[in-house]
Ligand binder design. Structure first.
Ligand code: ADP
Ligand code: MG
Length: 695
């Protein structure tokens, strides 16, 4: 990772640091993501208070904070029903009570009769007439002008007062270089104001500016900031793309004999979409530059076999492949599939996971280091320090969105041993479809292959929404199905706050269901089980020795048992859309008609009701992802931590698509025609954070 930073240094200018502040202030600023003076410039207000206008007390509009000024008529502490300071002011139009529950006794003196007070707050009409609770106020001495700009209210954190922030930001605005990074012609064409003008206006807007256009971020000044942010993101991704194109990778020629053998042995034919994806990958692998391709396809679309074909291309060239999955169950299952498909072709495979015994692990590591094992399948264990590949040419990451950026990077780094400077090709797979807007914005430098059809013969899963009150019916249905020879999953309620409680719930659910279904063979899988125990249960389920499998959401991704055709999810109202879609994908994998029963407890929140409705009405993962994006926003969907990317702070992909398009076009033109401007822009917006983008 060091080299990554170093060779990028020409693009990074360090923003001037925050000097002269106390440690605790610095810590608080850091909490807000402010680490440099320039970060203060970009710390934009949440909203504005209008203190530019003095209202007569009896004419102040209701429902919004207003500024009033009057003379104190009387001020005292009242003890009942609660200790409070009451101060009555009068301005000729009316009398207003200022009420404080937290106060210092010194305020009694400060607000003594006769003092002139300016107070800002919302007026409510209580039993004793108009009053303001805890207004912001100031004692007026002599001639004190009122504000000429709206007062910005900033996002802040405990212990950091608005006034302090305002002061720091004002200073940063004066100290920082706010010169434009972009050519005037571009700004003219897009109708955007200068950067300096935009940030100054957003921090200190003149009073006549309609509040809503500012608050709803429709003002040109907001557009400028959003455009800049999107442009920085696009520039950065283009640079990464170029860098990758310049890096070396083993060119894996497509001989095709192993692939042909595999295809001949499969009990099915590839769908057209699978063939297309495979061709794209095949072509990329043959190039001397690292592939970085995302293979997207809805749950059950058959990504694994495409990955196996890619792996064979590496093996045919005498190179190795690492296949990493996020959970033990999933990795195990991938391993079984690879063994079934590839072992008959005499391809050496090993299994590597944390649950492996010492001796087995040592043997596996040796096989990988000597190059005897051509394909290593496993969990995070694959990226541990001790794992050394003889000649890794392809890294496959399944359910890639479940990994952090560092983990994906670490796997890639396993490839540099025999040939320093060369990177392995990378194939990432995901069943969480990324809507176009997100893909454009976040995966702009990834190539994407799409498997957009399901294998033939799949019957769509029927989804049923059933209230807890009708649990008995569900139980009858499970019994009937299992007795008739089907298999079913029963997914335990999700307990997010505690893993221990989650386990307890799983055990209890299993015990309760065992009592309910004495005639059925039940199994249980949960996240805390040892790898081999889990594998045993899954295997028994696959063989049909278990009829009803009680499971936590560990079965969420990838688990593939085609003969299971009924799925019950308890407390479905607690789960997110992506999770429900993934879980539902556990059935409908064979040719049987499958059913997914979503049991929910009432009363439902509005959000839960909407989620259930969406999952009931939609089967297409892309459609569901689009709804998810709408409901939760891209940050949640990708997970900032997971993606390792600075998420957009200002632009909103739901509303700013036209800006995103403009930024994409501008990024290309700028890099081509004015690389200096591009560099200045990146430095301003991303500073040192830059190197982590898109690993
Ligand atoms: P996912 O894309 O969710 O990872 P899998 O690769 O696990 O899906 O495939 C789901 C199931 O479909 C597996 O049992 C797999 O063997 C099977 N399968 C894959 N491709 C085809 C195909 N072209 N025709 C029929 N079945 C297929
Ligand atoms: Mg899969």
């Amino acid at each position: 990772m060091k080299t990554k930073v170093a060779d990028r240094s020409s693009l990074i200018t360090h923003h001037s640091s925050l000097s002269g502040l106390s440690r605790s202030t610095l810590d608080r600023l850091a909490k807000l993501g402010i680490n440099s003076k320039f970060d203060l410039v970009l710390h934009l207000p949440l909203r504005y208070d209008d203190e530019t206008r003095l209202y007569p007390i009896n004419e102040a509009p209701p429902g919004q904070p207003v500024l009033v000024e009057g003379n104190v008529v009387e001020c005292h502490i009242q003890y009942r029903p609660k200790r409070q300071l009451l101060c009555h002011i009068e301005d000729g139009s009316g009398v207003l009570t200022l009420r404080f529950f937290n106060f210092y006794t010194s305020q009694l003196k400060q607000l003594a009769a006769g003092a002139r007070v300016r107070a800002f707050g919302e007026i409510r009409h209580g039993f004793f007439g108009p009053e303001m609770v805890h207004p912001r106020y100031r004692v007026v001495h002599g001639d004190m002008p009122i504000a000429r700009a709206l007062t910005p209210v900033y996002p802040t954190t405990a212990g950091l007062a608005q006034d302090t922030l305002r002061r720091l930001i004002a200073r940063a605005l004066a100290d920082c270089d706010l010169q434009d990074t972009l050519p005037q012609a571009l700004l003219d064409r897009l109708g955007l104001p200068a950067f300096r003008e935009a940030v100054l206006l957003l921090h200190n807007p003149p009073p006549q500016l309609a509040q809503e256009t500012l608050q709803e971020r429709r003002h040109p000044a907001w557009h400028r900031v959003k455009f800049d942010e999107l442009l920085a993101q696009q520039l950065s991704m283009r640079l990464h793309h170029e860098r990758r194109r310049a890096a070396g990778a083993p060119a894996l020629k497509a001989h095709g004999s192993l692939a042909r053998s595999l295809l001949a042995r499969l009990p099915f034919r590839l769908t057209r979409a699978q063939q297309r994806a495979w061709r794209e990958i095949e072509r990329d692998l043959a190039r001397p530059h690292p592939m970085q391709r995302l293979l997207q396809g809805d749950v059950g679309s058959g990504k694994t076999v495409v990955a196996a074909l890619a792996a064979l291309q590496s093996v045919e060239n005498g190179c190795q492949v690492a296949v990493m999955a996020p959970t033990e169950i999933l990795a195990e299952q991938l391993y079984h599939k690879f063994v079934a498909w590839l072992a008959p072709l005499k391809v050496g495979l090993v299994w590597l996971s944390g649950s492996l015994g010492r001796k087995d692990k040592r043997a596996a590591l040796a096989a990988v280091a000597k190059g005897e094992a051509k394909i290593a399948v496993g969990t995070h264990a694959l990226i541990e320090e001790e794992v050394e590949f003889a000649d890794l040419a392809l890294a496959v990451v399944d359910e890639q969105h479940r990994f952090g950026v560092h983990q994906r990077l670490a796997l890639r780094m396993k490839g540099s041993r025999p040939n320093p400077g060369a990177q392995p090709h990378q194939l990432m797979m995901s069943a969480t479809p990324i809507p176009r807007t997100l893909a454009m914005s976040y995966y702009a430098d990834l190539d994407v292959s799409m498997i957009d059809e399901l294998p033939p013969g799949r019957t769509p899963v029927t989804t049923k929404l059933v209230s807890e009150a009708r649990r008995e019916e569900v139980i009858r249905r499970v019994r009937d199905a299992c007795v008739a020879g089907s298999q079913a999953y029963w997914v335990c309620p999700l307990i997010e706050e505690s893993e221990r409680l989650q386990l307890k719930t799983a055990l209890e659910t299993h015990a309760a269901l065992a009592a309910t279904f004495p005639e059925l063979k039940l199994g249980l899988v949960h996240g805390r089980m040892k790898g081999e125990d889990k594998a045993q249960v899954m295997d028994a389920f696959r063989r049909g020795a278990i009829q009803l499998l009680v499971a936590t959401t560990v079965i969420e991704v990838g688990v593939d048992v085609p003969s299971a055709s009924l799925l019950v999810i308890e407390h479905a109202e607690r789960m997110g859309l992506a999770q429900l879609h993934q879980l539902r994908g556990r059935v409908g994998r064979g040719t049987d008609v499958s059913t997914c029963i979503l049991l929910y407890a009432t009363p439902l929140t509005a959000a839960a009701r909407e989620r259930l409705k969406i999952i009931y009405e939609n089967h297409d993962g892309f459609e569901i992802a689009r709804h998810d994006l709408r409901l939760r926003g891209p940050g949640e969907l990708l997970g900032a931590r997971q993606s390792g990317m600075p998420l957009l702070r200002f632009a909103d992909l739901n509303t700013d698509l036209d800006l995103l398009d403009a930024a994409r076009a501008a990024a290309a033109a700028l890099l081509r025609e004015q690389p200096d401007a591009a560099r200045r822009h990146l430095a301003r917006w991303l500073g040192t954070r830059h190197e982590y983008l898109k690993a």
